[in-house]
Structures are given as structure tokens and as C-alpha cells.
Write a protein that binds this ligand. Structure first.
Ligand code: F6R
Length: 602
């Protein structure tokens, strides 16, 4: 949450900062600001609202043609999303400017102390203590030292970019919130996410916790907070500029939904053959007595499906926990446990916290992550990258289906290493069929769009599924609520009669996952129960299934797949449904209210 972008070089900084912030806007979009350094003076412009609002304000702001500056797009934690609370924040003398991603947990104590010493605060943010704290330690020529001293008293998480009016320099500081440097030709960038750097350079350096980088046109130096110099490796980004553009689609979310056949093929590529699954790590499955899957949100739901997959294929018991709950409940974990952490961004604060807890208790860890080089990817013992390409729409789509694909690969890998001869060739070939099957579902987008016109006026919706499709119901409901603001609940279909059935009347749309598996007959009975109470049934059904079609008011046909694979197919119409409902309600689907893509605060 919150995006930081900084630039030092020879080009006009202001337009580079705006372009960078636009790339980071998925991280927060309630207010934004920039600060430029020119002739020993700091110039700033801030605005509430989106980057486009800031951009138009800058046009009239008469800012200098500076070649050094920092910018920020905010997802509010402390203080409302007003212009005053927008970053950058300054000290009393306007010599220091700070942009921040994270939370300063001891800000209240620090603020009281600084106020007693005479500092005047302008905003309600936790961030502002930083600029005043640096001011307290700054004596006119010790910028770096002052930052070091300030950072030492901070508690919490922070990614920072700081400038000082007297220095042609940016100081970037990292503890808990991601920061990556982009190394250009006599120019250096700093950003919260490497995707924002691709149009400038593919050469990047990921900062680790407790590191700070001093950036100037002469180059950069990275040090530990205690001043020790660190040699950092420059890495090459693999993503292309095209991947982070909309490519003719109206929204990133729609593009990402349509990218799923290719994304899944990418997750499978090079890992799957008729001999089974190959990964670049080796893992002895014999030590694994139990698997714990840890994740948040959509990634948690793919973890719930992962439980079915792994238990069925390997016989190893699996628990799935919300990362935020796991980390604070002193969980029972030991050396024979394998913790699988799932995260699209690789930066989710709770998932990272849960990973650290599992590691500290002796578990081995595997990460299923999309963003290459992200913090979780670097912290785990072994990792599986999704290779889904950048996911920019706030609502997760392609990451979900690729996560399930990766969990299937991992389960097959574990099992084949336990039992040399185990390879279910039929299952593996069905897995390879998925991209084609997804293409078939996507070709029905127009039909889903029509169904969306019926649902868009509802205020509630129920999503029902069983077995591996119960988490799909949860995911379908989450997609609808987060981007269309319609209240939706996912339930195991059989649980409906234990309470939610009371909600059903002619105004309640009920979305059924009714494809053929072991509980199919029972789902049909649940559909009957809804029909008897005049609920409106929208069903995902197999193409050859007349029974389910007859029970439904509206249906979408999907190709048949075994129940371990069907979630990957069945979720597609639910993603499209949420998308078209939100679009028809005029909502900015890529940036729905109150949300941010990468949840780097607890
Ligand atoms: C929902 C959504 C969120 C994320 C969750 C975890 O569409 O995107 O629920 O799934 O915040 O994020 P990652 O996977 O980045 O850890």
C-alpha cells in the first residue's frame, strides 16, 4: 500500500515522477504528491484524489524544471485522504521532505516528544514525525547521519524516500516495506515496485530490510543502518513494457482475465512433462508430516483448494490458515512441517509475518509467488514463481488460477518423489488441456455480460459450491463485493439450509457452482430448494448437463474437468460476472474504493 517513486538524473523529474506514480497507482489512490529539489529549495505539489488530479494541478503549479524529486501515491492509514495528509511531509524549516510506505508504530510517542521540543505538525499522519525527527538530528551538513539517527528510533515498517534542500541526493530506506532501485545511465530511480521501473531500465537492485541507499547522479551506495557498506547485486528484470500496458482492453482486470490461458501455460512451462513435474529446488517429501498453507484474501482461497489437491494426491495432511490469524496465535509448528505461503505480490505484510513465524518455529518454507524478487520470494527456503506476468488490476484474477496450477504441480512433485513410479498420465494431460478449456469459457464473455445486467441491481448475492468448488464460491463472492460493492457471501452449498436459506426470496440471486463431480446430485437438490423459495438461480454447468440447465434461470456452460481442476475453469465466469456488473455500475474496476493491490500494512 502506498507507492513511492524517486528520480535523480538529467531529465525533468516532474513528468518522470507522474509517470512512475501512475504505474504504482494500484498501491493506493486516495491522494498523491511530489517534491522537487532545485537551487537549494524544496518545491512541492499535492492533491487529494487520483494521480490524474495531481497531474492537472502540477500543470498550474509553476514548478521548476528540476532533475531530482520524490513522489507518492497514498492509501490512507493515519488521517483522512486530504491534501494536507498527502505526502511528501516536511520539517518545520522545509529543508527535509519524506515520502513513506508503511506504519510508524511509535509515532504518537515521538510526536508528543517532538511537539514538546517545539516542532509544529501540519498533518495527522504518522509519516510527518519522520521529517521532524530528521530535522532534530540535522545540523546543516549531515543529511545521511541525521537519517540514520532518525531511523534508529523508529518502530514499525517503512519504505522511505527522503530529500534535503542542500543535497543533490535521494536517501532510500527500507524496513518491512518494499523498495527497489532502478539503475540507468547517469540516472537512478527508486520505486516501491519494479514494474514501475521497466520503461526506464531493467537493471534493478532490491533493498533488504535495514538497508539504506544514497542515490546521486554519480552512482549509489548501499549501507546497513549502522553504516556498514554492502555490495549489492544488480538483477535483470524479465517483464516487458507491453506486459504492464492495457493492450487494447478497457481495464487491466479484463486483460488479466483474458490472459489466463497464457498465464497458466506459463506456470506449467518447463515444469511438466510425461515423466512428471520438475522444479529447480529439491525437497525431500519424507520429512513432511504436515503441510500448513498460509495466505490472505484470494490467495487464501487458492490455498483452500490446495488442501484438497495436496491431500488427495499425496495423502499428506494439510491445514490452511489466514496468515493474519496464524502469526498471532502461537501456532503449533515443528521441523517436520512444511509451510507453503501463497502471495501474488510477495509483499503482503501478514503473509510475510506468518512466514517468519513458521520459519522461527522450524518449519521448512515454500513460496508460491508471482512478483519476482519480492520480499516473500527472497525469504522462503524454496520458491515457485507463477510467471503469470504483472497483475495490476486490484482484484486478483490470473494469480488465483495460476496459484491453483502451481499447487497441483507441487502436489504431483511431492508425490512422485515419495513414490518413484507415481505419475498419473491421464491427470497430467488434463492439466495441459486447461489453457484450451479456458479459452472456451472466455468465448462466452458476452453471455456473462448479459447476465450481469440482471444482477447489477441486486443488493445481495449468495454463491454456493461444494468440495473444491466451495472456495470458488468464496472467491466469486469476494470478486463481486470488492469491485461492484454488492454484498455477497460464499457458502458450502449444504450449509445453506442451516441459516442462509432464510435470506432467499425472489430478490436474491444465487450463483451455483453446479459442474459434475461427486456432490453434483446434492447440488441439484440445493438448487431445487432455492427454486422452491423463488430465488433466482445463476448456474455454472457442464455443457452436456440438461438437468442443471433446467433448474437454472440463467446458466453459463463450461467444459468438464475433474474436480481438482474444475476450480480453474469455473472461476472464470465468476470473474467476468463481477467485472461486467462493476462496469455497468460505472465503477473504476481497476481501482475500487478503499482497496490497494499490495497490502503492506497489518
Ligand atoms: C482480492 C485480492 C486480495 C489479495 C490479498 C493477498 O481480489 O486481490 O484479497 O488476494 O490481499 O494478496 P497477495 O496475494 O498479494 O498476498
Amino acid at each position: 500500500m502506498c507507492g513511492i517513486f524517486g528520480y535523480i538524473g538529467s531529465k525533468p523529474a516532474s513528468s518522470i515522477l507522474i509517470a512512475g506514480l501512475k504505474r504504482l497507482e494500484y498501491r493506493g489512490y486516495d491522494s498523491a504528491g511530489i517534491c522537487l529539489v532545485e537551487n537549494q529549495e524544496l518545491f512541492n505539489c499535492k492533491s487529494s484524489g487520483k494521480i490524474a488530479d495531481l497531474e492537472s494541478k502540477i500543470l498550474n503549479a509553476k514548478l521548476p524544471q528540476a532533475t531530482l524529486g520524490i513522489g507518492h501515491t497514498r492509501w490512507a492509514t493515519h488521517g483522512e485522504p486530504t491534501e494536507i495528509n498527502a505526502h511528501p511531509h516536511f520539517d518545520c524549516k522545509k529543508e527535509i521532505a519524506v515520502v513513506h510506505n508503511g506504519i510508524i508504530e511509535n509515532f504518537q510517542a515521538l510526536k508528543s516528544l517532538l511537539e514538546k521540543e517545539g516542532h509544529i505538525f501540519a498533518s495527522q499522519t504518522d509519516t510527518e514525525v519522520l521529517s521532524h525527527l530528521i530535522e532534530k538530528f540535522y545540523s546543516g551538513n549531515n543529511f545521511e547521519k541525521a537519517v540514520q539517527e532518525a531511523v534508529e528510533v523508529l518502530e514499525g515498517t517503512f519504505g522511505l524516500a527522503i530529500v534535503c534542500n542542500k543535497e543533490q541526493k535521494i536517501i532510500a530506506v527500507k524496513k518491512g516495506s518494499p523498495l527497489v532501485l532502478g539503475i540507468g545511465d547517469k540516472e537512478i530511480f527508486v520505486a516501491s515496485d519494479a514494474a514501475a521501473l521497466i520503461s526506464h531500465t531493467k537493471r534493478v537492485i532490491y533493498l533488504e530490510d535495514n538497508e539504506m541507499a544514497m542515490l546521486s547522479t554519480d552512482g549509489f551506495a548501499v549501507k546497513k543502518f549502522d553504516g556498514t557498506i554492502i555490495e549489492k547485486e544488480i538483477q535483470e528484470l524479465k517483464w516487458s513494457v507491453e506486459q504492464i500496458e492495457k493492450g487494447g482492453f478497457e481495464h487491466f482486470m479484463l486483460k488479466e482475465i483474458f490472459e489466463q490461458p497464457q498465464a497458466i501455460a506459463n506456470t506449467l512451462r518447463g515444469r511438466l512433462s510425461s515423466n512428471g513435474v520438475k522444479f529447480s529446488f529439491t525437497l525431500d517429501p519424507c520429512f513432511v508430516k504436515r503441510i500448513i498453507i498460509l495466505a490472505c484474501g484470494t490467495s487464501y482461497y487458492s490455498g483452500l483448494i490446495g488442501k484438497h489437491i495436496i491431500e488427495r494426491i499425496t495423502g499428506i495432511p494439510v491445514e490452511v490458515d489466514y496468515a493474519s490469524e496464524f502469526r498471532y496465535r502461537n501456532p503449533l509448528v515443528n521441523e517436520s512441517d512444511l509451510a507453503i505461503v501463497i502471495s501474488q505480490s510477495g509483499e503482503t505484510a501478514d503473509t510475510l509475518g506468518a512466514l517468519k513465524t513458521a520459519k522461527a518455529k522450524g518449519a521448512k518454507t515454500i513460496g508460491i509467488v508471482n512478483v519476482v524478487g519480492s520480499t516473500i520470494a527472497r525469504e522462503v527456503d524454496a520458491g515457485i514463481y507463477l510467471h503469470a506476468g504483472p497483475e495490476i488490476g486490484v482484484a486478483s484474477t490470473k494469480a488465483f488460477t495460476c496459484q491453483i496450477t502451481a499447487l497441483i504441480l507441487l502436489a504431483v512433485y511431492l508425490q512422485q518423489n515419495k513414490d518413484d513410479c507415481w505419475v498419473d498420465l491421464n491427470f497430467l494431460s488434463q492439466l495441459q488441456e486447461l489453457p484450451n478449456q479456458l479459452q472456451e469459457v472466455l468465448s462466452q464473455a458476452e453471455k456473462v455480460k448479459n447476465i450481469a445486467q440482471i444482477i447489477k441491481t441486486s443488493t445481495n448475492a449468495l454463491y454456493l459450491g461444494r468440495g473444491t468448488n466451495y472456495p470458488v464460491a468464496l472467491e466469486g463472492a469476494l470478486k463481486l463485493k470488492e469491485i461492484s460493492y454488492i454484498h455477497a457471501e460464499g457458502y458450502p452449498a449444504a450449509e445453506m439450509k442451516h441459516g442462509p436459506i432464510a435470506l432467499i426470496d425472489e430478490n436474491m440471486p444465487v450463483v451455483f457452482l453446479a459442474t459434475k463431480d461427486e456432490t453434483y446430485e446434492k447440488i441439484l437438490s440445493n438448487m431445487q430448494e432455492v427454486k422452491a423459495r423463488k430465488g433466482k438461480i445463476f448456474a455454472i454447468v457442464n455443457s452436456d448437463d440438461t438437468l442443471a440447465k433446467n433448474l437454472a434461470d440463467e446458466f453459463i456452460e463450461v467444459p468438464f474437468a475433474v474436480d481438482l481442476l474444475s476450480p480453474i475453469i469455473n472461476v472464470i465466469p465468476l470473474q467476468l460476472l463481477a467485472y461486467y456488473v462493476a462496469v455497468s455500475k460505472g465503477i473504476d474496476v481497476d481501482k475500487p474504493r478503499n482497496l490497494a493491490k499490495s497490502v503492506t500494512v497489518e
